[in-house]
Each structure stands twice: as structure tokens, then as C-alpha cells.
Design a protein around this ligand. Structure first.
Ligand SMILES: [Fe+2]
Length: 172
């Protein structure tokens, strides 16, 4: 069994301060921006999964399958965003209360909308997440935070492409 360390040993082996070449102020501001991106991504994930369950009508098969592909991608995307926040020395938000405060997206409608209205809501959702990611870009760039800039680039590519594909369903 490991002996509990004495006070001096604790001081000697204390956790070193984060020193990765990004100032404490910039790390805090970037983590805050990433927390908003995490909340937006999680909210859009939940909305898309909800629509996968509740979609009805003649387009059921294709929309049900397309929504599954999209919510799976969003579900996989929340983890790298949260872990980047941790790498910057901050806690990742992960509760409905925090996400509700941080997100720029509206909550999922209580009554399931018609199929094409679902598509419209998702277009707006993907565009909103893209705006949140883009807003953070100048700060990540200024702080030479390449890992965050790289993550934002990847997320922007996905959200803008998905918004285009969904919007195409609404065009005559
Ligand atoms: Fe399913």
C-alpha cells in the first residue's frame, strides 16, 4: 500500500503549472470559446438524434438513416472538443444546465415538427455551430494555438458541408 506523502513531499511533487507557451488569459478565453462549441455540438447532437426517432412521412427511410449518420458524427465530435479544453487546463462542461446556458442553439422542439421543418432546423443548427467555431478562430490564431485552430477547421468543414447537404433537400 502506498504511503501517503508528507507535507514537504507534496510540495516537492506538486503538480507543475501549465507552461505550453499560451498565456493563462488566452488559455481561459479559448477554453471558454471551446465550451460554447461543445454545448452547441451536444445540443445539435441531441436534436438530430431526436429527429432520427421522431421523423415521419414519405421521406422516413432516407431521413431516418441520414440523421443517424449525422448524430453519430456529432457524438464523436464532442470528445476531442472537451479534451482540448482539458489540455488547456480547464474543466469541460458536461451537464444539461451548463449546456443550456452556453449553447447558442434553441432546445429540441417538444412536439416533433414535420420532416422538412426538421431539415430546416438542422440547417440553422449547423450554421449556428459554424458561427460559434469561426468566432473563436482569431483568438486561437493570435495565441498560436494550432491544435485548437486545427480542430475548429475540421468542425467548420463538417458543419458547412452538412448545412449544404440539408439545404439541398429544401431546394426545388
Ligand atoms: Fe436508431
Amino acid at each position: 500500500m502506498a504511503k501517503s506523502p508528507s507535507k514537504s513531499a507534496t510540495a516537492k511533487t506538486g503538480v507543475p503549472r501549465i507552461n505550453i507557451g499560451i498565456s493563462e488569459k488566452d488559455r481561459a478565453a479559448i477554453a471558454q470559446g471551446l465550451s460554447r462549441l461543445l454545448a452547441d455540438t451536444y445540443t445539435l447532437y441531441l436534436t438530430t438524434h431526436n429527429f432520427h426517432w421522431n421523423v415521419t412521412g414519405p421521406m422516413f427511410n432516407s431521413l431516418h438513416a441520414m440523421f443517424m449518420e449525422q448524430y453519430t458524427e456529432l457524438w464523436n465530435a464532442v470528445d476531442p472538443v472537451a479534451e482540448r479544453i482539458r489540455s488547456l487546463g480547464h474543466h469541460a462542461p458536461g451537464s444539461y444546465a451548463e449546456f443550456g446556458k452556453l449553447t447558442s442553439l434553441a432546445d429540441v422542439p417538444t412536439t416533433p415538427p414535420a420532416a422538412l421543418e426538421m431539415v430546416r432546423i438542422l440547417v440553422e443548427g449547423h450554421e449556428a455551430v459554424a458561427r460559434t467555431a469561426r468566432e473563436l478562430f482569431p483568438l486561437a490564431d493570435k495565441a498560436s494555438d494550432e491544435p485548437t485552430a486545427d480542430l475548429l477547421t475540421q468542425r467548420l468543414t463538417v458543419h458547412e458541408q452538412t448545412a449544404w447537404m440539408l439545404r439541398s433537400l429544401l431546394e426545388a
